[in-house]
Ligand binder design. Structure first.
Ligand code: AVI
Length: 323
């Protein structure tokens, strides 16, 4: 993935649909390539964000509720390992709910700094945390953490990065290492990081999580074609594509694909893109980890994996990294 995953850092919760030059450029480049691909950041317009939130509540989508349970169940251990006075810096805070769980279990957190490129998302997360934890210092930071970034100074306390949800898995491995390295630099001396990472497991469980019976993930994926029609002037017929979740055993990742049901042509920005029957657009990767692999990624970025907490079925993991 070329930028952040959640929520869409480039457009935020769009209501109007102006033509986006960046979306057009990404679409032309990705759809002219072989195999066809699109950056997953474009999945998250306001409808995509709404659908993703619905995904997190699906019976098949275990990551969100499992990570919440880990944060609840191991809260006292996590709090002990982290100690008092943490300055919690959350990358891509989403709705802020996980931060509320974490901060409520920590001893005397000094501050909460949600970081995102889109101010609208920050306000929602900051408001939720401020309401749940009155008296806590909350300082939203508008920054693009897909590039080098700085955090504001003047935060007395122990810097703790927080990157839950296994959003790390939407990065290619080299992008994951680059992000972890940037985060370490931005957090500064004494940095630690609490990181959520989804684990390798039975492929049927994985496939179901990314291709649910109610079709919410399919709608989330297909929304990308609707978005291209709205914001890039394309003329996709979304009904002529179907969503597919594939397990790639070599890369140990779930791949989302939009598969053309028939041979067809699509117009976009004056160009014609042809699809053979069964040809797909690869729209997202979601890497799953073995503990040794996650440790190696962290070490490649200059971190040391100090602790790992998991659930009884070992579906998901929460890591404490030390800088
Ligand atoms: C945001 N991210 C961690 C989700 C995942 O599980 O990779 C995105 C997602 N795509 C389909 N379902 C959920």
């Amino acid at each position: 993935m070329s930028a952040l995953v959640s929520p869409d850092p480039t457009t935020g919760p769009a209501t109007a649909a102006p033509v986006s030059d960046e979306l057009v450029a990404d679409a032309l480049a990705g759809l002219s390539a072989t195999p066809k691909t699109l950056p997953c950041k474009w999945l998250y317009d306001s409808e995509g964000t709404r659908l993703f939130e619905a995904i997190t509540r699906l019976p098949e989508y275990y990551p969100t509720r499992t990570e919440m349970r880990i944060l609840d169940h191991h809260g006292p251990d996590i709090a002990r390992a982290i100690g008092p006075g943490a300055v919690v810096v959350e990358f891509g805070p989403g709705d802020g709910l996980k931060a509320v769980r974490l901060l409520s279990s920590l001893e005397d957190p000094a501050a909460y700094l949600p970081v995102d490129i889109a101010p609208e998302w920050l306000e929602a997360a900051a408001a939720r945390v401020a309401e749940a934890l009155p008296g806590l210092r909350v300082r939203p930071v508008v920054a693009d953490f897909s590039r080098a970034f700085d955090l504001p100074g003047g935060n007395a306390g122990a810097p703790l990065g927080f990157f839950p949800g296994s959003t790390i898995g939407n990065f290619a491995p080299e992008e994951a290492v680059a992000f972890l390295r940037r985060a370490r630099a931005a957090l500064g001396p004494g940095a630690r990081m609490l990181l959520g990472a989804d684990l390798v497991k039975d492929t049927d469980v994985l496939r179901a999580a990314y291709d649910d019976a109610a079709g919410v993930t399919a709608a989330f994926d297909l929304n990308l074609l609707h978005r291209l029609n709205r914001e890039a002037g394309a003329d996709f017929d979304p009904a002529a594509f179907r969503h597919e979740a594939r397990w790639n055993p070599g890369a140990e990742r779930i791949e989302m694909h939009l598969v053309a049901r028939t041979a067809q042509s699509v117009r976009i920005a004056g160009r014609t893109i042809r699809f053979a029957p069964g040809e797909s657009i690869h729209t997202e990767n979601s890497h799953k980890y073995r503990p040794a692999h996650l440790q190696a990624l962290a070490e490649a970025a200059g971190w040391r994996a100090a602790e790992m907490w998991t659930d009884p079925d070992r579906l998901f993991s929460v890591w404490l990294l030390e800088g």
